[in-house]
Design a protein around this ligand. Sequence first.
Ligand code: PLP
Length: 400
Amino acid sequence: VSVWASVKAGPPDAILGITENFKADTSPKKINLGVGAYRDENGKPFVLPSVAKAEEILFAQKGDKEYLPITGLASFDQLAAELAYGAESAPIKEGRLAVTQTLSGTGALRIGMEFLAEHYPNKTIYIPNPTWGNHTAIAKRAGLQSEKYSYFDPATVGLNFEAMKKDIENMPEGSIVLLHACAHNPTGVDPTVEQWKELSKVVKAKKHFAFFDMAYQGFASGDINRDAFAVRHFVEEGHQILLCQSFAKNLGLYGERVGTVSLVTASPEEKARVDSQLKIIIRPSYSNPPIHGARLVSTILASPELKAQWLSEVKLMADRIIDMREKLYNKLVELNTPGEWGHIKSQIGMFSFTGLKPEQVDELAQKAHIYLTRDGRISMAGLNNSNIEYFAESVSKAVK
Ligand code: PLP
């Protein structure tokens, strides 16, 4: 008998399973709208030209391959934090922001939640309903319980702000509240600036802890400062936030696994203590992070020309997605598709929550070779001028 004879088969990953089905489909018409990775106008993965330039610079520098420190490349940590918080942010200027390089956003979430599980008195994290599927799984592995708060209203395909606020008010004092900083995944629905201001007040009144996940800075509006509004506002309002930052989407560095987790502390002395505990979590997990992606990001952010180029490339990606939203909306209306489709245009970021039912999603896969998650979420980045008409026609048929 094999040692593993009693190991049960687990369920496939909901999103990566879709890619498997897509790959197995031989139709030339097939479209994959499942995975959250940007695709260019030809449906191909996109290496940002600013990243390609940074690669050339690094190649010419012939750097060594030594280990990084446990908390990563220092120049990267500094520049990444400035990008998120703003260079003039008080915790950065006052040397009281604890930052460490992580294995992209997922690694940031894991290290951040493990830190809270060990050092924060409250062990329940409240996540929006719905949220990115991995949040619950990461919380569990990190030793936190998770509960949901109201977020999305299927009736309006928009934010249920009143219910969200009420739920946050009703959480036990000092709860951990996970907030998507911008471009909420999977709904594409974000609070407005005014609503963020109100949320900051409610979170403060209840002495809650704000845990931000920012995987899409720049992707929502095309403007990295605008997309960082919520994070910066909370910090200005005195919240000691935790922030998870990913460079997967906005720099197209998916497979390089580069991100940060940071915590606002009260003083440089407190920061040093927090840093020491972050190291104690990271060292037995993976010792220290990979070097290449951090060097790429650092090279781009440290060069005014490369940074400007990158910012224009982020805007290009965001604008292409916004253009696809407009075109999809117009096409659905033109085809007299039953239902209200305004949300396709008003939603933000990589994803759109279409409102398609699970059976309609199945029908799209079987009859039209179009693949998306059963909650009706589509990755807008998978659409382009060559496939958008076919997609709109197929959706129209599926709902009629
Ligand atoms: N958080 C959210 C909300 C996401 O959508 C994602 C990616 O899809 C991540 C975090 C983490 O991604 P990564 O680990 O690739 O940075």
